[in-house]
Design a binder for this molecule. Structure first.
Ligand SMILES: *[C@@H]1O[C@H](CO)[C@@H](O)[C@H](O)[C@H]1NC(C)=O
Ligand SMILES: *[C@@H]1O[C@H](CO)[C@@H](O)[C@H](O)[C@H]1NC(C)=O
Ligand SMILES: *[C@@H]1O[C@H](CO)[C@@H](O)[C@H](O)[C@H]1NC(C)=O
Length: 303
C-alpha cells in the first residue's frame, strides 16, 4: 500500500515536472513587425501563445550597405532612432521566459554578404546593435535590451558566407548564449542557408512550409510530410519547427487549424527534434496560434 502511494507520488511529480517546464516541450515561434501593426510586443507575449518572437527584419545590410531595419508593423521608425522604447517590450517578453530574436533578411533583396570579412563585419554590427556589445559609437535601433539571438531569414542571393556569419555570431556566446535560428524555404536543400545550417550551430530551424507549391500544403499534406520526414527532420539542429502562414492572406499554403491538429501534427510531433510551429506572422494571427494543439494538450503558457 505504502509502496503504491510512493509510486503514485513519484508518477505525479514526474507529471507535474513535465507539465511545468514549457522550455522542454514544443512551442510556437512568431514573426513580429511585418505587414502591419499586430499589437505591441508586450501584448504579443502576454497572450501566452508564443515561446519565440522574431523581430523582423534587419532588411538592409552587407556589401557596404548602411544597415537598416524595416519594421512597418512596429509603429516607430528604427532608422531614425525612434524604436528604442521597444526595449521595454523585449525585456517584458524575456521576463515571461520568451526568447526574442532579431530576424535578418526578409523578402526584400537588399542584403548580401560579399566575403568572409564582410560576414565578420556584419556580426560585429549585430553584436553591438542588438546583442551584448557595447561599442558606444553604434546606435542601438531597439534600445538597450539585449536580444537572445539572431534568426536568418535569407530568401535571396547566394548561399555564400552565411556560415561565416553564423560562426562569428556564435563566437560571441559567452556567459550569455547567442541563440541562432534559420528559416529556410521548404525545397530541400535550401538554396541560401544549407551551408550555414550544416555548421551545426543552429539551435532552431523553422522551415517555411509556404509559398512554394512543391512542398506547401495544397489540399493535402503529402508533399509537406514527405519533405519533413525525408529531409528536414534530419538537419543538424537542436529543434526543427513547422513554419506555416497564420492566415490564408499571409502566404500560400494555409492549413485550417483543425486539419493541422488532426492530419498533420500527429505524424510530425513524434519526431524527437520537433520543436513546434513557426507562424508567419503576428499581424495575421487572429486566433490561429491559440487553436494549435501541441504536446497533446492546449498550449501551456510560458512560465
Ligand atoms: C537598398 O537600400 C538603400 C538604402 O535605403 C536604397 O537607397 C536602395 O534604393 C535600396 N535598393 C533596392 C534595390 O531596394
Ligand atoms: C519553389 O522551389 C523550387 C525548387 O527549389 C524553385 O525552383 C522555385 O523557384 C520555388 N518557387 C517559388 C515561388 O519560390
Ligand atoms: C508569399 O508570396 C506572396 C506572393 O505570391 C508574397 O506577396 C508574400 O509576401 C509571400 N510571403 C512570404 C511570407 O514570403
Amino acid at each position: 500500500m505504502a509502496c503504491q502511494a510512493k509510486a503514485l507520488t513519484l508518477l505525479l511529480s514526474i507529471l507535474v515536472i513535465s507539465f511545468c517546464k514549457p522550455s522542454d516541450g514544443a512551442g510556437i515561434a512568431i514573426y513580429w513587425g511585418q505587414d502591419g501593426y499586430g499589437g505591441s510586443l508586450a501584448d504579443t507575449c502576454e497572450t501566452g501563445n508564443y515561446r519565440f518572437v522574431n523581430v523582423a527584419f534587419l532588411s538592409i545590410f552587407g556589401n557596404g550597405r548602411k544597415p537598416e531595419m524595416s519594421l512597418e508593423g512596429a509603429n516607430c521608425d528604427p532608422n531614425a532612432g525612434g524604436c528604442a522604447w521597444l526595449s521595454n517590450g523585449i525585456t517584458y517578453c524575456q521576463n515571461l521566459g520568451i526568447k526574442v530574436l532579431l530576424s535578418i533578411g526578409g523578402r526584400s533583396d537588399n542584403y548580401s554578404l560579399s566575403s568572409a570579412d564582410d560576414a565578420i563585419k556584419i556580426a560585429y554590427y549585430i553584436w553591438n546593435s542588438f546583442l551584448g556589445g557595447h561599442e558606444t559609437s553604434i546606435k542601438r535601433p531597439l534600445g538597450d535590451a539585449i536580444l537572445d539571438g539572431v534568426d536568418f531569414y535569407i530568401n535571396t542571393g547566394s548561399g555564400l558566407y552565411w556560415d561565416d556569419l553564423a560562426r562569428a555570431l556564435h563566437g560571441f556566446s559567452g556567459e550569455r548564449k547567442v541563440y541562432l535560428a534559420a528559416a529556410p524555404q521548404c525545397p530541400f536543400p535550401d538554396a541560401h542557408l544549407d551551408t550555414a545550417i550544416k555548421t551545426g550551430l543552429f539551435d532552431y530551424v523553422w522551415v517555411q512550409f509556404y509559398n512554394n507549391t512543391s512542398c506547401q500544403y495544397s489540399g493535402n499534406a503529402n508533399n509537406l510530410l514527405n519533405g519533413w520526414k525525408q529531409s528536414w527532420i534530419q538537419v543538424e539542429a537542436n529543434q526543427v519547427f513547422l513554419g506555416l502562414p497564420a492566415a490564408p492572406q499571409a502566404a500560400h499554403g494555409f492549413i485550417p487549424v483543425d486539419v493541422l491538429n488532426s492530419e498533420v501534427l500527429p505524424s510530425i510531433k513524434i519526431s524527437p527534434k520537433f520543436g513546434g510551429v513557426m507562424l508567419w506572422n503576428k499581424y495575421f494571427d487572429h486566433g490561429y496560434s491559440g487553436g494549435i494543439i501541441l504536446d497533446g494538450t492546449k498550449l501551456i503558457s510560458p512560465a
